[in-house]
Design a protein around this ligand. Structure first.
Ligand SMILES: [Mg+2]
Ligand SMILES: [Zn+2]
Length: 186
């Protein structure tokens, strides 16, 4: 019975539109169709929903940490107004060269979330990138690659580089949520 299994979500390319040039402000942040509703459905089914996102735009000085926090407040509010809940939201502000413990594919954000929220091991990871899948794998999560955002290109990359296939590949967060809901009520 996986009913209360946590669901970890990547942000850019999963919940909102990915931008090649980084999502830098609230103006850049455009939710993908059905993504807020999908989060609400997961949340209402009892799944803790946690967002884990690399935001190196902060260390690259493309935006301020306060811009990222403004986006996250907005996301939390949208989900709240739609009747759901985001249980946790974690971002890595570091540059790839910083060798921090939180930048995906490292599992630091997942480890922190588990401690903060007292989550059971296991659960699901929805992302649009190879690094999301790798983090999920390292943490023993069921990985779902969505084809929104960078998903289509990243799926090719995963195949080309002979990485293990994701647990599931699906169209978008809405269909990923359906897969999770079905899997966790069997
Ligand atoms: Mg992404
Ligand atoms: Zn980091």
């Amino acid at each position: 019975m996986n009913r209360a299994m946590p669901v970890f979500l990547d942000r850019d390319g999963v919940i909102n539109r990915n931008l090649a040039d980084y999502v830098r402000s609230l103006n850049d942040w455009i939710p993908l169709p059905g993504s807020i509703e999908a989060i609400v459905n997961l949340s209402n089914a009892g799944h803790p929903v946690i967002v884990v996102t690399n935001q190196s735009a902060i260390s690259r000085k493309y935006c301020l940490e306060s811009d990222v926090m403004e986006i996250h407040q907005h996301l939390i509010q949208l989900v709240d107004e739609a009747g759901g809940k985001i249980d946790g939201l974690y971002y890595c502000p570091h540059h790839p060269d910083d060798a921090c413990d939180c930048r995906k594919p490292k599992t630091g954000m997942l480890d922190t979330a588990r401690k903060d929220l007292n989550l059971p091991p296991g659960g699901y990871l929805v992302g649009d990138a190879s690094s999301d899948m790798e983090m999920g794998r390292r943490a023993g999560l069921k990985t779902i690659l969505v084809l929104t955002g960078r998903g289509l290109n990243q799926l090719e990359l995963i195949k080309m580089e002979n990485h293990p296939a994701p647990w599931r590949v699906t169209e978008d967060l809405a269909s990923a949520a359906l897969i999770i809901l079905e899997d966790s009520t069997v």
